[in-house]
Design a protein around this ligand. Structure first.
Ligand code: PLP
Length: 380
């Protein structure tokens, strides 16, 4: 299989599996136990915390392990709504992942107000609208996706943080797709809260982390045994956390070795073959800064749903608008927000590379995609 669906999930790296295995075999202590097995588990969790913190240039005590980014996002938004009751407004964007959008819907259902910032035709956040919404006041929190999971378009987070902080508003960043693909530094871009997910960076599924800047308040969504320094109760998923820590460590290495440039060169090579090979083909958000491995490609006249099936039969895994949209006929809300018409959205494939994608796979995938598209066009 040629796997071009890394924005949905990524394969576990062998080194990550090795780091986890002992904790699924002979080691099993509860990090809260005082005996040596418990203390060993505690040390392992704390070393994973330091690895995740290093990926973000954060302090270990600013990292809270969760069951994934969905939980982290829900925790921040629930906290902000409960904490700042005198400021009922949430500012977010039209192009959030479902986790952010649904949490915003609940914010509204619970009596709050949500202001959605639009994006332009390239998928870039309209910073002028953000500025005027901030001026309107009564804002509890601003929450933005940093790297879009469908188009790869990057939010100008430094500017967003600057504007929000000037208005006295704290910022949450959904950095799921950015973490491990581009350098992140929470001191250079001082977001207040940030959510990441292990399985998007070659770690295990069902584990993630919430960064909470040490200067900002936070109260937990999950209460109980007081784990994670009282910020997320529930016995830690020790093997998962160790896997995430190791994945973060490997991602830091990969970034330091220039991995991001190599990945974007591969993505660019894929795009240039496809753009040349299909009349009218275009890449959504091509003129905006983008994640290195994401390509949202419109092949006019080609039904993306039929393409996905045919490509799957030929051993190529990719998706339509986004993974959760592949089974539905709804046009992607992200492409809609960019002003893309329904026909173009229905002809759009999302191709997303992982660190394991090779030049040979890119070459073969490009040929297969063009051949499948020709086949589907002839049939239609
Ligand atoms: N945010 C973005 C941008 C994502 O791509 C995803 C996963 O697809 C999530 C949040 C949810 O992450 P998790 O699967 O860890 O709950």
């Amino acid at each position: 299989m040629i796997y071009l669906d890394a924005n949905a999930t990524t394969p576990l790296l062998p080194e990550v599996i090795e780091a986890m295995l002992p904790w699924m075999r002979e080691r099993f202590g509860n990090p809260s136990s005082a005996h040596s097995a418990g203390r060993r588990a505690r040390r392992a969790v704390e070393s994973a915390r330091a690895q995740v913190a290093a990926l973000l240039q954060a302090q270990p005590e600013e990292i809270v392990f969760t069951s994934g980014a969905t939980e982290a996002i829900n925790a921040v938004l629930s906290f902000a709504q409960a904490e700042w009751t005198d400021r009922p407004v949430l500012i977010t964007s039209q192009v959030e992942h479902a986790a952010g959008l649904e949490a915003a819907e609940r914010w509204q259902a619970q009596g709050g107000e949500v202001r959605l910032i639009p994006v332009d035709a390239q998928g870039l956040l309209n910073v002028e609208v953000l500025e005027s919404e901030l001026k309107a006041g009564r804002v509890a929190l601003a929450s933005f996706i940093w790297g879009n999971n469908e188009t790869g378009v990057i939010t100008p987070m430094a500017r967003v943080v600057e504007l929000c902080h000037a208005a006295g508003v704290l910022v949450h960043a959904d950095a799921v797709q950015v973490a491990g693909k581009m350098p992140l530094d929470v001191s250079a871009v001082p977001v207040d809260y940030l959510s990441i997910s292990s399985h998007k960076m070659h770690g295990p599924q069902g584990v993630g982390a919430l960064f909470v800047n040490r200067r900002v308040p936070f109260r937990p969504l999950l209460v109980g045994g007081g784990q994670e320094a009282g910020r997320r109760s529930g016995t830690e998923n020790v093997p998962g956390i160790l896997g995430m820590g190791h994945a973060a460590f490997m991602a830091s290495d990969w970034l330091a070795a220039g991995g991001e440039k190599q990945m974007s060169a591969l993505r660019d090579a894929l795009e240039s073959v496809l753009l040349l090979g299909w009349s009218g083909a275009r890449v959504h958000g091509a003129a905006a800064p983008r994640l290195p491995g994401t390509c949202s490609l419109c092949l006019p006249g080609v039904d993306a749903a039929a393409m996905l099936i045919r490509l799957d039969q030929r051993g190529i895994a990719c998706s339509g608008g986004s993974a959760c949209h592949t089974a539905s006929l709804h046009p992607s809300h992200v492409l809609e927000a960019m002003g893309c018409d329904a026909a173009s959205a229905a002809s759009t494939l999302r191709l997303s590379l992982s660190r394991l994608t090779t030049p040979d796979e890119i070459h073969r995938a490009a040929q297969e995609i063009l051949s499948c598209a020709r086949h589907i066009q002839q049939q239609g």
